[in-house]
Design a protein around this ligand. Structure first.
Ligand code: LMR
Length: 396
């Protein structure tokens, strides 16, 4: 019956994590998956979220019934303020939204909705992008294409190539954009460049789909939403996927949201119904625990302040690790220019290393990066930084 089922080649990120776990070397370094590791190499629990967990244990839901299909109502209100900030009044009346199973769940619900109502639209993602963007949209039946983004020669953004490609797209083409902390390159657009992208999206009547999984890891919670604010100001309808996996350290709880900014309140109401239907036909209703935690933190000024302080410390630590790595590499290999690594932001850096160099890093030095050359900067700490820099210097 099942003989014709193809073998799964494995996910490029999760498979590598499995390999890393099996590696017996004690000095191995995990720079693979996007987990935030602290200085001790542990994925931390936020103290603000721990307090919310204590509250949740003491205050179970009055009745253990299903949540609404589009999630916990208070949570949906709390998280939209975070996503849109002071641009919320520009979109609030024409916003449809749903709680989602992390950022991936938001992308999947969005992809299903788009496939149903824009059956002829194809998706354009940056080259490169997070591998799962391809899989999620292909899985929803959407054809996936790429626009230019990374220039391997300069190791910088190919902005003119990007604009040129976006300028060729047909009306209602879907364009996936990373508003901050681009995964995998760590190369972001400036606000001026975002404005130009927003202008093209509006002029060509494209459908932007933002994937925001790292808000606050770039320059700050507010600063990292500039692209979204500019799109909101343009009046153009768009979609936004929001994830709390990294920024609340709530990975397994699967907490996120999907927003569809429509052209009018009437349209938003109709789209809201279709979001519910899409959720119902995927997994029926979302789980409540993670959403209750996030909502509890955001509903309390004191806990929100505590969470923001914790988030800032993470951003700062990743920034320092990145700077120190570049400084160490400068000492070890003054003949090689690594300044591009310092210019990148967020959780990831694109090293520009070839698959052969990545293999050598793993086999000879126990330093694990994704085959594309992506490094998770949060995996660096003061104990493994020198060894990582030496390994990098050796394979250059
Ligand atoms: C990553 O890019 O490493 C993270 O987003 C984790 C994942 O699901 O791939």
């Amino acid at each position: 019956m099942f003989e014709h089922v193809d073998a799964y080649a494995g996910d490029p990120i999760f498979s590598l994590v499995e390999q890393f776990m099996k590696d017996p070397r004690e000095d191995k370094v995990n720079l693979t998956i996007g987990f935030y590791f602290d200085e001790d190499g542990k994925v931390p629990n936020f103290s603000s979220v721990d307090k919310a967990k204590v509250w949740a244990a003491d205050n179970p839901p009055a009745s253990p019934v299903y949540l609404p299909m589009d999630g916990l109502p208070d949570y949906r209100v709390a998280v939209k303020s975070l996503a849109f900030g002071d641009a919320l009044p520009l979109v609030d009346s024409r916003l449809a939204s749903t709680q989602s199973l992390g950022g991936s769940g938001a992308l999947k619900v969005g992809a299903d909705l788009l496939k149903r109502y824009f059956p002829d639209s194809e998706l354009w993602v940056s080259d490169p992008t997070w591998e799962n963007h391809h899989s999620i949209f292909k899985g929803a039946g959407v054809k996936v294409n790429t626009y230019r983004y990374y220039n391997p020669q300069t190791k910088m953004l190919d902005f003119s190539g990007m604009l040129e490609d976006l300028n060729q797209l047909p009306e209602k083409a879907i364009v996936l954009l990373h508003p901050c902390c681009h995964n995998p390159t760590g190369i972001d657009l400036t606000n001026e460049q975002w404005q130009q992208v927003v202008d093209v999206v509006k002029q060509r009547n494209l459908l932007a789909f933002f994937d925001m999984a790292y808000q606050g890891f770039g320059f700050g919670l507010n600063e990292d939403t500039q692209a979204i604010k500019l799109m909101a100001e343009s009046g153009q309808p768009f979609l936004l996927a929001q994830s709390f996996s990294k920024i609340f350290s709530l990975y397994s709880e699967r907490v996120g949201a999907l927003y569809v900014v429509c052209e009018s309140p009437e349209t938003a109401e109709t789209v809201q119904g279709q979001l519910k239907f899409t959720v119902r036909t995927n997994y029926s209703t979302p789980p409540s625990f993670g959403a209750r935690l996030v909502n509890h933190v955001l509903a309390s000024d004191a806990l929100t302040d505590e969470w923001k302080t914790e988030l800032e410390a993470m951003r700062e630590r990743m920034h320092i690790m990145r700077q120190q790595l570049v400084a160490k590499l400068g000492e070890l290999r003054p003949d090689v220019d690594f300044s591009y690594l310092a210019a990148q932001v967020g959780m990831f850096s694109y090293t520009g290393f070839s698959p052969e160099q990545i293999k050598r890093l793993k086999d000879e030095f126990g330093v694990y990066l994704i085959a594309s050359g992506r490094m998770c900067v949060a995996g660096l700490n003061t104990r493994n930084l020198d060894a990582t820099a030496k390994a990098f210097a050796a394979v250059c």
